[in-house]
Design a protein around this ligand. Structure first.
Ligand code: ATP
Length: 235
């Protein structure tokens, strides 16, 4: 039912000015769920997240956030209504300091508390508050990007390739953080190249293939299925 769903896409067709990338996609992110979104390069994963966040226009279909139709609601207002989108490439203000980035993320809340929460979750940031974000390591930039998922108290977090280009020990931190968020009851929609790791924390999985849902079900079952074998490395 709509009440237990945080985010849902209904028969969504979307893409870019001259191309349709998603050809009628329906997905549901229930309250407290960790939903894995898998698919080969170019399948449309990033486009789906961008569309859910309100950054790509809908050509057809409907998007609901916390039971409300937000199909025509701006990206900014979707954020205000509980959606948090962490784009591939981090999505931080590279020329601003860590402190300034955190202040912007905490816009709605209390700045001091925000700083405390972020540095508690990511101690590496606490020594670097005055450092310009663009000069942080990739891992530190990702931690800064992920801080917004704490500071905005979102209902649902959309994460695109958070572990891309990070050292293994930092990848562990990324996944530990996602698990911590999930444990707090935040719903997650996760796109990540480390498919096995995402499936380990996922409660539900979708596979997107050329803009259509090819699998919709249990993460464990997916690991055992033909779809999983054919999807690895397939285009
Ligand atoms: P990847 O892991 O490679 O990012 P993906 O599954 O996230 O793959 P998308 O990035 O959503 O896939 O891309 C889906 C299709 O949309 C691709 O054919 C891509 O070329 C196209 N596309 C992506 N961004 C744009 C854009 N800004 N304008 C036009 N087409 C785009």
């Amino acid at each position: 039912s709509a009440r237990s769903e945080v985010l849902s896409l209904h028969d969504v067709r979307a893409g870019y000015e001259e191309t349709t990338v998603l050809h009628g996609v329906s997905i549901t992110v229930p309250k407290g769920a960790v939903v894995a979104l898998l698919g080969a390069n170019g399948a449309g994963k990033s486009t789906l997240l961008r569309t859910a966040a309100g950054l790509n226009g809908l050509q057809k279909g409907r998007i609901e956030l916390l039971g409300e139709d937000v199909s025509k609601v701006s990206a900014h207002r979707r954020i205000q209504r509980g959606l948090c989108y962490i784009p591939e490439g981090r999505g931080i203000f590279r020329s601003l300091t860590v402190r300034e980035n955190l202040a912007l993320q905490a816009e709605a809340g209390d700045g001091a508390t925000a700083l405390e929460r972020a540095t508690e979750a990511f101690p590496a940031l606490s020594d670097r508050l005055e450092q310009v974000a663009g000069t942080l390591s990739g891992g530190q930039q990702q931690m800064l990007a992920m801080s917004q998922a704490l500071l905005r108290d979102p209902a649902v977090v959309l994460v695109d390739e958070a572990s891309l280009g990070l050292a293994p020990v930092i990848v562990d931190e990324v996944f530990a953080f996602l698990e911590k968020l999930a444990a707090r009851g935040v719903a997650l929609l996760v796109v990540d190249q480390f498919v096995q790791r995402v499936l380990q924390i996922a409660t539900h999985a979708y596979v997107l293939r050329r803009g259509r849902i090819e699998y919709d079900g249990d993460p464990g079952e997916l690991l055992k299925s033909d779809i999983f074998d054919s999807y690895i490395g397939a285009d």
